[in-house]
Design a binder for this molecule. Structure first.
Ligand SMILES: [Zn+2]
Length: 210
């Protein structure tokens, strides 16, 4: 859920059961045999490189259909190989985390598994950075209860809490947010419960569940 977009799932490469999907593109039988030859060679290299991949050789659907299909399933990287790529000894790469032109590149077939491994690492890092900065930008430390009510509309509130059931309930009833997590790393010291003002030993995250 953290990494998804309107097109569907986006799987981090380390987690993805299939990291790369290869889509052969051809129109005639002559093109087909040329393209599949390259696909086979690239496949062997990816296999040797320990990359989890799949060749989508379905005949009954168009390449465009396959793009959408694998995009929805969150496969981190798409490799397109057509007659022009065979000629130029290149392949086209399309990153799932950057849809459209921005995530598209053409790379040499030479050392293809090395290039793809590097790309997968870049995608992994970029997804983590994006998720972390999204998370951090949505964490707020409200000054009082009314600010907490505002914060939890679309973020997480980190606040002192006296750990009483009453205060937890009041937050839930008045803001629809509940306690989500008590961070392990706590600043030392004491504060005042965001709800009742009584001494509190720990800070907790309040947020709405969905
Ligand atoms: Zn309290």
């Amino acid at each position: 859920m953290t990494h998804g977009d309107d097109q569907g799932l986006i799987l981090p490469p380390r987690l993805a059961p299939i990291q790369v999907v290869i889509i052969p593109i051809y129109k005639s039988d002559a093109e087909k045999s040329l393209v599949l030859e390259t696909v086979e060679r690239v496949s062997r290299e990816l296999k040797d490189g320990g990359i989890r991949f799949k060749v989508d050789d379905r005949e009954e659907v168009t390449p465009g259909f396959k793009y959408n299909d694998w995009e929805m399933r969150g496969i981190p990287l798409r490799v397109e190989i057509g007659p022009k790529d065979v000629e130029k000894k290149s392949v086209a790469l399309a990153r799932r985390d950057k849809p459209g032109k921005e995530g598209k590149s053409f790379v040499s077939q030479e050392n293809i598994s090395g290039t793809i491994l590097e790309m997968l690492t870049t995608i992994q890092t970029s997804l983590l950075e994006r998720a972390t900065s999204f998370r951090d930008s949505h964490i707020h430390e409200p000054r009082d209860f009314s600010e907490l009510s505002t914060v939890v509309q679309d973020g997480w509130a980190l606040s002192w809490w006296c750990e009483s059931k009453e205060c937890e309930l009041k937050v839930k009833e008045e803001t629809k947010a509940s306690t989500r997590c008590i961070p392990v790393d706590q600043e030392s010291g004491e504060g005042k419960c965001i709800v009742c003002g009584q001494p509190a030993k720990r800070k907790v995250y309040f947020a709405r569940s969905y």
